[in-house]
Design a protein around this ligand. Structure first.
Ligand SMILES: Cc1cc2nc3c(=O)[nH]c(=O)nc-3n(C[C@H](O)[C@H](O)[C@H](O)COP(=O)(O)OP(=O)(O)OC[C@H]3O[C@@H](n4cnc5c(N)ncnc54)[C@H](O)[C@@H]3O)c2cc1C
Length: 443
């Protein structure tokens, strides 16, 4: 098949999804131009180093050995030996999932809820209802709902029950994967991929030098067709079909557009149709990540600590060096504090020093002498960390999952699909979509 004479495909975004699409188009001989708004590729898969030997990503980042192998960086990744999550409540810790299951009221109400849900049959109408049916009222009200509300900034009865779809599957599978982890001394991935089977042979790894390596590998050999600092300003549609994009005032005729931009932004870019108008109200949750540096290591009881009590301004703490010791110098550690917020609010506007102080005040509950061990922090902010599944636009969300409604326009990637997916699923889903695109170009 020769696609060489065709107009190029415009790819919007140089994160994992855009670069996966670009590499796949090149493999099929289809011309493309990739536009990246920022000065660098990688998007949310960017790694930051502070010059003092600490490095951190957007949030807590792992990939799997399966994704690393697919992209061709398997030999450049280190195996993650341990990964664990714990819930901190009433000054006590409960391992996930076994520790929580041992709390009698959680176990009892969970069994009652399962039996009742079995009888009821009808589908839950909100995330709150989904949690109560699946976990029981005690675990839902004390753990799952407060965490969801802190993370999304919205009451759980206003969120779609589809929020539950992003959580790990059956408890028996979780137990099997956790046991496999202990036996193999590898952090077996659990709740990471929906596109591919989760088995004891798929575990967490971390690329040498950081996650950016994934994107560098995908971009290698494509440099000439990647335009940095080139935000796409308009996508032009005629008679229901994409015909061109405009970037830096220059119009490029195209055969198709693959966008990885968040959906509400995509809606604003499209001109010549109002088919995407419903997407303009889709919301994303902004986050501030405070990467706090400390003397010592093992300051938290586990790699990830969930904090459902609303006295804490954060909902998750991650001590990444417990899983990946190389992310901090020996004898020191890094704790990433995730705080949900809104762009421009008090949290968003605090400077680094204020945020460090703000978090320290709360961490002293959990880390004895936290202040004396503190070595300063580095802050990352993003306005688009998590898609917020509001019930009020659930019907539109489901409709746009099938198609953008504009011929030749594809919306892919985590924010383009408006989906809580990890990098492995971003990759497999993008591969699938790009194959469909190549087939349509060939027609
Ligand atoms: C807090 C957090 C923790 C996470 N943890 C993990 C984890 O542990 N493991 C894991 O596998 N995944 C994790 N993920 C998910 C993972 O980071 C994403 O799924 C993946 O990086 C998304 O890639 P993407 O290409 O879809 O989007 P992005 O990386 O967001 O890339 C989109 C790109 O499009 C560009 N862009 C936007 N608008 C325009 C425009 N108009 N013109 C040109 N360019 C534009 C942006 O600048 C950006 O570079 C996490 C995500 C978050 C937010």
């Amino acid at each position: 098949m020769s696609l060489n004479g065709k107009k190029p495909v415009a790819i919007i975004g140089g994160g994992l999804a855009g670069l996966t699409a670009a590499a796949q188009l090149r493999r099929h001989g289809a011309p493309f131009v990739l536009y990246e708004a920022g000065p660098k590729i990688a998007g949310l898969a960017m790694t930051f180093s502070d010059g003092d030997g600490f490095s951190y990503d957007f949030g807590a980042h792992f990939i799997t050995n399966r994704l690393a192998a697919a992209i061709g960086i398997g030999s450049k990744c280190r195996t993650v030996r341990y990964y664990g999550e714990t819930v901190f409540m009433d000054g006590r810790t409960y391992g996930y999932p076994f520790g929580l299951m041992r709390v009698p009221r959680f176990a009892f109400k969970g069994v009652v809820a399962k039996a009742a849900a079995f009888k009821k049959g009808n589908a839950p109408q909100s995330a709150a209802e989904w949690y109560r049916r699946n976990y029981g009222s005690a675990m839902a009200d004390e753990v799952a709902i407060p965490l969801t509300e802190a993370w999304s900034g919205v009451a759980a009865d206003k969120l779609s029950p589809a929020v539950g779809d992003s959580l790990p599957g059956s408890i028996s599978r979780t137990i099997m994967l956790k046991l496999a982890s202990r036996l193999t001394r590898r952090a077996v991935a659990c709740g990471y991929s929906r596109e591919m089977p989760e088995t004891p042979n798929v575990w967490h790894v971390y690329p040498e030098g950081g996650l950016g390596l994934l994107c560098q590998r995908l971009a290698s050999g494509l440099e000439e067709d990647i335009k940095l600092e080139s935000p796409v300003e308009e996508i032009l549609v005629e008679d229901g079909r994409v015909v061109a994009v405009r970037a830096k005032g220059f119009e490029q005729e195209v055969s198709a557009v693959v966008s990885t931009a968040p959906r509400h932004i995509l809606a604003k870019l499209v001109k010549g149709t109002d088919a995407l108008q419903p997407l303009s109200r889709f919301r994303y949750r902004p986050m501030v990540f405070v990467n706090m540096r400390f003397q010592g290591r093992g300051l938290l009881p586990d790699v990830v600590i969930w904090t459902p009590e609303n006295k804490y301004p954060f909902f998750r703490l991650t001590e990444t060096p417990l899983s990946m010791p190389w992310l901090a110098p020996e004898g020191k550690t890094l704790i990433t504090v995730d705080i949900g917020c809104n762009v421009g609010d008090e949290t968003w506007s605090m400077d680094e020093e204020q945020l460090g102080e703000f978090c320290l005040g709360h961490l002293e509950d959990m880390i004895p002498n936290a202040r004396q061990k503190y070595l300063g922090c580095r802050v990352l902010r993003t306005p688009i960390a998590y898609p917020v599944f509001l019930n009020e636009y659930e019907a539109d969300r489901q409709r746009f999952e099938l198609s953008t409604g504009v011929e030749g326009l594809y919306s892919i990637g985590r924010n383009g699909e408006f989906s809580h997916i990890f990098m492995e699923d971003v990759y497999w889903r993008t591969m699938k979509r790009t194959r469909q695109l190549v087939a349509s170009l060939d027609r």
